[in-house]
Each structure stands twice: as C-alpha cells, then as structure tokens.
Design a protein around this ligand. Sequence first.
Ligand SMILES: [Zn+2]
Length: 274
Amino acid sequence: MKWIDLTPPEFRAAVRDCGLCVLPVGSLERHGEHGYFGTDGVIAETLAVKAAELEPAVVFPVWWFGQVHEASCFEGAINFPPEMLISMLRQLLNQIAKNGFRKICILNAHGGNHHWLQFFDMALLDEPRDYTLYLLDPRSGLNKQEKEKIAAVWETEPNHGAESETSISMAGAPGRVRLEQQPFAEPIRPMNRMEHLPGVSSGLWWYADYPENVTGCPSLASQEKGQAVMEVEIHAIARVLRTIKQDTVLPALREEFYRKSCRPLKPTAEDQRR
Ligand SMILES: [Zn+2]
C-alpha cells in the first residue's frame, strides 16, 4: 500500500500490522537519448509497490534525489551537495520512524547510489536511533533459479540504459521510452579512456567510458522482457520483505551496538593507580 493513499485509520492499522516502510530510491538522470529521466525511481517504485501487494508494507513516495554527480554534465540530472543529501535522507528516515515504523527498507534502483547508501548506513551507527534500516536493490533475494531465469531473458549484458534497464523501464511506465530516438551505433562499448591508468580510480571513470551515459544495446529492449524480469524480481523482493518483517537479529544487534557504544568506559586498574 502507498503511504500517500492511506487515511489515518488505515495508516495506524498498517503501522500496527506490518510495521515496515519501504522507501524507493532513484535519481534523475539521462538514460541515453531514448530513456526517460525518472527511469530509476519508476523501477524502484514499481518493484516496491508490487512486492508490497504480495507482502504487505507501506511504500513511501519515491526519493528522487540520489547522487548523479557522474552524469551531472547532462540535462535532466539533479544533484545536491553530498552533506545535504545525507542530512536530508537521515531526516526523512527519522520522520518515517517518528510515524511509528521500527523497520525501514530502502529499495534503490540507481547504481550510482550503491556506494554512498552503504556509507550512509554505516554513518548512521554513530548515533542511537529507534529503527532498523535494510538496504535492498532490484536483485535482492534472487535465488539461483531466478537468476538463471533472468539471465535467459537478456540477449546482452545488463547495464545502464542498455537492453536490460530499458526493458524494465518500459514495463514500469509503458509508452514512455522512445527507442526510435536511440542514435548511437550498437553495441555501445566502453571507450576505455582511462586504460593508460590501470588500477587508478577517478570520479570521471564512468564518463571516461560512457560519455553519452548509455551502454550496450538499448534497441534490443522490449516491454515483454522487462515484464518477465520484473515479475521474478517482485517475488524475490516480497520474500525479502517477509524475512525483514520477521527479523529479530538486526534489531537486537543494533540495540547491543548502541548499548556498547554509550557505555561509560570503566577505569582500568592502571588508571586507578595513577
Ligand atoms: Zn538507471
């Protein structure tokens, strides 16, 4: 169920009965000339809403403001300074928790968010809080058979704006992709403009490889492929949501961690002698 659709009595019942809020996270960025800017958020929200139909959870509206610094040179990208991003997301999670949710799950569908969300989650350990956070992506919970089923759908390697993401974005918002606007020769391969710097990292690595912010063979995309893959992912995510709702280990570890970090240090025998 969607947060925005609920009335107060329905909301109270949802907090009491399922206790889990899912926050779909995306970005606003270019996906080649054929894809729509909201691709990542639409995918995250579709997966979250459909999974929550199988395993009840409250789905918050999409949080669009992932980091897309690597694609900030293109129209459509919206970025905030990193410290603002972190403080906004922290505050949003606090607000969701204040409304009664003791478990919050972030479902992120933008690759560029992966690392900073992990950093964000670790940084949250510095302060006590009364909710447990779980980070998910569209592939969370897939078992071996499901991974094989998905692999059999794709003709080419899954990647940004490629056959895979374009197909799933077509399933998430039918009619919005414009494959006829894809002007680049396929496959769109990495340009390897950093290959003279082996093992060296740079914030420009993605741009160095993909200056049009698109990869692979978008023209092989279809809504049917996207629907087939989404169906598998929705069932896997629903299973993960069920496990999260039943999970008692992470909440207990969180409490144990804070008890330990807030405990005053006991003076050692040596301290007392001084
Ligand atoms: Zn994307």
